[in-house]
Design a protein around this ligand. Sequence first.
Ligand code: FCB
Length: 452
Amino acid sequence: MSQNTFPDGFLWGVATSSQQIEGGRHEGGRGESIWDRFATVPGKIADGSNPDIACDHYRLWRNDIAIMKGLGLGAYRFSIAWPRIQPTGRGAANLAGLDFYDKLVDGLLAAGLEPYPTLYHWDLPQSLQDTGGWAARDTAEAFADYAAIVARRLGDRVKRWTTHNEPWCAATLGYEEGHHAPGHLSPAEGLAAAHHLMLSHGWACEAVRREAPGAELGIVLIHSPAHPATGSAGDIDAARWFDGFFNRWYLDPIFRGAYPADAIADRTANGQLDGGAMPFVKDGDLKAISTPLEFLGVNYYSRVVMRAGANGKPEAVPPPKVPSLTDMGWEVYPAGLEETLLRIHREYAPPVMYVTENGAAYDEPMDADGRIDDQRRIDYLRGHLASCARAAAQGVPLKGYFLWSLLDNFEWGFGYTKKFGLYAVDPQDGRRIPKQSASWYRDVVAANAVTD
Ligand code: FCB
């Protein structure tokens, strides 16, 4: 056993998102989101559920703040539902929507929790999808207007803003692979959506800075290291391919102002880009996208192992040793978080980094005494936190960690079947039921250290 201590002032938090916890689907003038619509399509949500009520956080937010205070946390990462602020994604602000987040922010500050809002965690107003969604450049303009509205109202109290959560998921899972809302299967739309998401990030940074001078801006990217299955040249190239497609397609424009040449070549070779041309990229876009950031948020869950499949096509394979898997089927691979943090620090050097999501889905039963013993989650967290501490000790400017997630919640296409929470949520009355991991995390936070 070794004791891993975190730097002084390390920020401990949890992360959630609006669509996954709020519910209140029709409350306070909220408009329809693409996920509300997607959930009405038969077969899209594994358990046939929808996010209409979710964790009922829209009503129970005071209780949730009290829980976080009880855990001793210093920060809360949540997202703002665009359809609450602008029900159709354009036009005047809906005051009841702004009031909700205004009170939430005041409540957090009163409880000693620093608010870390994310402006977009996938709940696009359906009306904007009706005019093309993220595949349309207009949506990026609308996003900058929305960001300005929110910053104008909350910017006197919110210091650190995140524009987007995981644009890879929003673009690729939503527009190219059909697993997420809006459920499209268009590689061309996927690439355009990725670009417009990043463009809107750049424009939103500008808007927030204008409305809230002194604000600190960042974006949250998902990162998975890609390892070759064998030392063969083909497998090594398959790992390079994944890294370009998943990690560098976002890191490079944001930190270097250019798309990665090798990944452009991959997309030209597979016919997705005609002669390497990207007609959706206009003059000045990459300059806007690469606006200097105060911080980067890194979400990490697992790695991928890649090989060259039939005809050399890159494909993911099960990891080499019999791995420990979470309920998502993701390998438990804590070393990958240290590798990720070191790699981003070395190659892209954001001034500050946070782990903005990390956690594991396990469904554990409640025993006769009402205890939920989720030792597997504790083990997962222990390993990953030790990895963070090692990265910080090697000079990574890692300033905080947000655990995913506070509550079992609406896990997108999996509905309520995947349980990431420190707390279970009683489906009848919304009661929050602590798992063993909740008190374990409280102890880690109090000690500012983890043993592994
Ligand atoms: C991330 C998402 C988050 C949640 C976790 C498990 O990709 O940002 O909303 O779904 O995965």
